[in-house]
Design a binder for this molecule. Structure first.
Ligand SMILES: Cc1cc2nc3c(=O)[nH]c(=O)nc-3n(C[C@H](O)[C@H](O)[C@H](O)COP(=O)(O)OP(=O)(O)OC[C@H]3O[C@@H](n4cnc5c(N)ncnc54)[C@H](O)[C@@H]3O)c2cc1C
Length: 424
C-alpha cells in the first residue's frame, strides 16, 4: 500500500546541493521535501572550500554560525606546481571581498546545512532512499522513496524534482545523461595525520597542492592538530605501479618535497580511504519537471577543491530559476534553459582550465595567462588576480544572478581593477 503526499519541490539528497537549494526555496514559501538516504552526521570527502561558496552560505544565513564553529580559516592556497622552483601561493583577498573560507569536516558542515534547510521550512526526512523518479509522459511528477523504518514505499507528487543525489546521480543514470571525461579518470587515497609541521600566518590554513610525476598530493589542515593528506593518480599509473593504493601513498609521500617535510614528524591517525574520481558532465541539466544540481549534474576533478563551491553556486542558480519558474510556469523552459547554459559555461571554463593546469611543464605565469584568457579576455584585471578569481570560484558564471538575490561578489565589474603590475 503506498501513501501519497504533495509538494512544490522534492529534493533528492541532503548534501550541500540539496540542502542549499531546498533551504532557499523553502525560505521563499515553497513547500519543499528533502529525502536523504543517510542519517546525518555522515562522513563525506570534499573538505576544502573555496570563497565561491560564501555567497550561498550568506544567503542561507550561515556565515556567522560557521565563523563561530571554529573551522580552520582558509585564506588561500599554496602550490608546488608547474616548472617553477619551490612553493608559490595565491590569496582569496586578491579575488573578491571574501578574505577567507573554511576547511570543514563534512559530517558537521553538511549537518549544519541540512539543519538550516529544516529551520527555513523544508521538511527533511533522513534514512529515506529515493528509489525512482516518476514520470507522466516526459514530465517528472514526483518520486517513490522508502524509509528505513517502513516496509512499503511512499509516493510523493511535486511540481519539480531536484536531483542532488551527488555521484549516485539517480536521474542521470535513469535518463542516460552521464558523459565521462576520459582524460580525468583518477583514484584518490587519503588518511588523516596529526603532529604535522604547518605554515605560519595566513598560510596556516592553506591547502597545499603538490605535484608528483604521476599524480599529486593534497594537504588540507582540518584543525589545530589534524591534516588530511591525499594522493590522486590516474588509474593507469596506479595499475602500472604494481602497488596497493596504501603502498603508493606511502612511497609517494616519502619521495615528495614539501609534503614530506610537513608530515615528517606526524603520526597517521586513521585508516586509508579511497575513492575513484572520474570527471563527467551530464548531457542535460533539466527537463520538464526536473533539474540537476551539484555532483548530480557534473563533477570536475578535485585538483582545485572546487566541488562544494561549484555545487553551492549551482544551488543558488537553481534556486533563483525554480523560484521564478514556480511563479511563472509559462516561462519554465526559458528559465531552465538559462540555468543550464550558464551553469554549463561556468563548469566548462573550469574544466578547460583544469586540463591546462594538469600540464606541469608550464610556469605559473602560463597558468595566470590561461586564467585571464578564460575569464577576462579583455584583460581588465592583472593576470594574477584572474588566476585567484578562477581558483576562488568567484568568476565565470554570468546572468544567473540577475534575480532577487543578485550577489555583488559574482559581478566581474566589482573585482579589483588595478594596473597589470602584479601580472607574472
Ligand atoms: C577525491 C575527491 C576529493 C574532493 N575534494 C574536494 C575538496 O577538497 N573540496 C570540495 O569542495 N570538493 C571536493 N570534492 C567534491 C565534493 O565531494 C563534491 O563536489 C560535493 O560533495 C558535491 O555535493 P552534492 O551536494 O552535489 O553531493 P553530496 O555531497 O555527495 O550529497 C549527495 C547526498 O545525496 C544522498 N543520496 C544519494 N542517493 C540518494 C537517494 N537515492 N535517495 C536519497 N538520498 C540520496 C547521499 O547520501 C548524499 O548525502 C572531492 C571529491 C573527490 C572525489
Amino acid at each position: 500500500m503506498t501513501r501519497k503526499e504533495d509538494f512544490d519541490v522534492v529534493v533528492i539528497g541532503g548534501g550541500p546541493g540539496g540542502s542549499a537549494t531546498a533551504g532557499l526555496l523553502a525560505q521563499q514559501g515553497h513547500k519543499v521535501l528533502v529525502l536523504e538516504k543517510e542519517k546525518f552526521p555522515r562522513y563525506h570527502i570534499g573538505e576544502s572550500l573555496i570563497t565561491g561558496s560564501m555567497p550561498t552560505i550568506e544567503a542561507l544565513g550561515l556565515r556567522d554560525k560557521l565563523d563561530r564553529m571554529g573551522y580552520v580559516r582558509k585564506y588561500g592556497g599554496t602550490l608546488l606546481w608547474g616548472r617553477n622552483q619551490g612553493a608559490w601561493d595565491f590569496r582569496f583577498t586578491e579575488a573578491s571581498e571574501y578574505e577567507y573560507t573554511f576547511q570543514v569536516r563534512r559530517a558537521d558542515f553538511d549537518s549544519v546545512l541540512l539543519a538550516r534547510a529544516r529551520e527555513l521550512g523544508a521538511l527533511v526526512v533522513e534514512e529515506a532512499s529515493v528509489q525512482d523518479v516518476l514520470f507522466e509522459g516526459d514530465r517528472a511528477v514526483g518520486v517513490r522513496y522508502l524509509r528505513k523504518s517502513d516496509a512499503e514505499p511512499t509516493t510523493v507528487n511535486s511540481k519539480l524534482v531536484v536531483d542532488a543525489s551527488g555521484q549516485q546521480h539517480l536521474l542521470a543514470r535513469k535518463l542516460d545523461l552521464i558523459e565521462y571525461h576520459s582524460d580525468l579518470r583518477n583514484l584518490a587515497v587519503w588518511a588523516y595525520f596529526q603532529g604535522c609541521n604547518r605554515y605560519s600566518g595566513t598560510r596556516w590554513g592553506d591547502t597545499l597542492t603538490e605535484n608528483r610525476p604521476n599524480g599529486w598530493f593534497w594537504f588540507i589542515p582540518l584543525s589545530d592538530s589534524t591534516v588530511s593528506v591525499g594522493y590522486v593518480t590516474p588509474i593507469e599509473a596506479f595499475k602500472a605501479s604494481g602497488k596497493t593504493l596504501e603502498e603508493l601513498h606511502a612511497s609517494e609521500l616519502a619521495a615528495a618535497d614539501e609534503i614530506t617535510s610537513l608530515t615528517a614528524p606526524a603520526t597517521r591517525v586513521s585508516g586509508f580511504r579511497t575513492i575513484k574520481d572520474w570527471s563527467y558532465t551530464c548531457k542535460k541539466f533539466y527537463g520538464p519537471g526536473w533539474a540537476l544540481v551539484g555532483d548530480a549534474a557534473a563533477f570536475i576533478d578535485p585538483l582545485l577543491s572546487t566541488g562544494v563551491g561549484l555545487t553551492l553556486r549551482g544551488s543558488l542558480g537553481l534556486f533563483e530559476t525554480a523560484n521564478l519558474a514556480l511563479h511563472n510556469p509559462n516561462e519554465e523552459t526559458a528559465l531552465y534553459e538559462r540555468y543550464e547554459r550558464n551553469y554549463r559555461e561556468f563548469l566548462n571554463s573550469l574544466l578547460e582550465f583544469v586540463r591546462f593546469f594538469y600540464d606541469r611543464t608550464k610556469s605559473k605565469e602560463d597558468y595566470f595567462e590561461a586564467a585571464q584568457q578564460s575569464i577576462d579576455p579583455k584583460r581588465l584585471r592583472p593576470r594574477k588576480i584572474d588566476f585567484a578569481r578562477m581558483l576562488s570560484g568567484v568568476s565565470g558564471m554570468r546572468d544567473i544572478f540577475d534575480g532577487p538575490l543578485a550577489l555583488r561578489a559574482f559581478r566581474d565589474s566589482d573585482a579589483p581593477q588595478t594596473p597589470d603590475t602584479l601580472a607574472g
